[in-house]
Design a protein around this ligand. Structure first.
Ligand code: NAD
Length: 251
């Protein structure tokens, strides 16, 4: 793909699911990948897999809810690979599977600390590292930013905020060479979705019924869209929300 080889790119949540698929795909494309995750072992395993396949990667432990940790992540990427050209922000946590009146304030805050505050912190420090030379950011949001689902109001709210952040930030940097887009996956078979379905037995049937393709996505089907958005082929795309969702949001 045009304009990807040699780019230094951070993937948060890179140790699992969608972030793992993005990291592996970028490694194959010749990017210099910083695989960043709260789970250092998983990040290390993905970075090692990229290296074994002939690519270049480093693993970094990050807590996206912590500003010092996020700042250190961007500095580590820039110092190891000389610069930062792009980022895919995929770190996220799921809903607790409760109706709104049952959600404790601490549960609400824990979701937003990662999915929204964490996204803000990542975009802030990634943008700072890109201000001189430009770059591209892809925020992994969710179709839940556009449509609700049962027992997930805190998650839906965090993802609607993430879509708004993407739009607002894209405008701020549209003339500064930094493109910022959102990818909205529909139900995608990752450890997060499998875990959420295990906690809430009604979720699998409810979700399957709202995907016209009558199946869930594979992480690589989301990663392909991210790869394009990070490449120079997407040079006129910014502030957009791309639903990769088997038709979910077309209903
Ligand atoms: N799987 C789906 O159906 C689906 C659908 C729409 C959106 N998404 C979104 O896609 C993204 C990736 O989800 P996934 O399904 O691959 O989940 P996953 O659980 O497989 O991966 C999420 C990763 O984020 C990491 N993480 C969690 N908290 C973190 C923190 N504070 N700092 C750094 N890393 C942290 C986890 O360790 C994990 O490796 C999330 O933002 C999720 O909300 C997923």
């Amino acid at each position: 793909m045009k304009g990807l080889e040699g780019k230094s790119i951070i993937v948060t949540g890179g140790g699992s699911g969608i972030g793992e698929a993005v990291s592996l795909m970028l490694g194959e494309a010749g990017c210099l990948v910083t695989v960043a995750d709260l789970d250092a072992d998983k990040a290390q395993a993905v970075a090692a897999a990229i290296g074994e396949a002939g690519g270049t990667a480093q693993a970094v432990r990050v807590d996206v809810a912590d500003e010092a940790s996020v700042s250190a992540m961007t500095q580590t990427a820039a110092s190891r690979f000389g610069r930062l050209d792009g980022a895919c922000n995929a770190a996220g946590v799921p809903q607790r599977g409760k109706a709104l009146h049952e959600i404790e304030l601490g549960e609400w805050d824990a979701c937003h600390a990662v999915n929204l505050r964490g996204l803000f912190l990542c975009n802030k420090h990634e943008i700072r590292a890109m201000l001189d030379k430009g770059g591209a950011i892809v925020n992994i949001v969710s179709t839940s930013a556009m449509v609700g689902f049962p027992n997930g109001s805190e998650y839906c709210a965090s993802k609607a905020g993430a879509m708004g952040l993407t739009r607002g930030a894209a405008i701020d940097y549209a003339t500064k060479g930094i493109r910022i887009n959102a990818v909205l996956p529909g139900g995608t078979l990752t450890p997060m979705l499998k875990g959420a379905m295990a906690v809430d037995p009604g979720l699998e049937g409810a979700l399957a019924a709202v995907h016209p393709m009558n199946r869930f996505g594979h992480p690589s089907e989301i990663a392909g869209a991210v790869r394009w958005l990070l490449s120079d082929e997407a040079s006129f795309a910014t502030g957009a929300s791309f639903a990769i969702d088997g038709g979910h949001t077309s209903i």
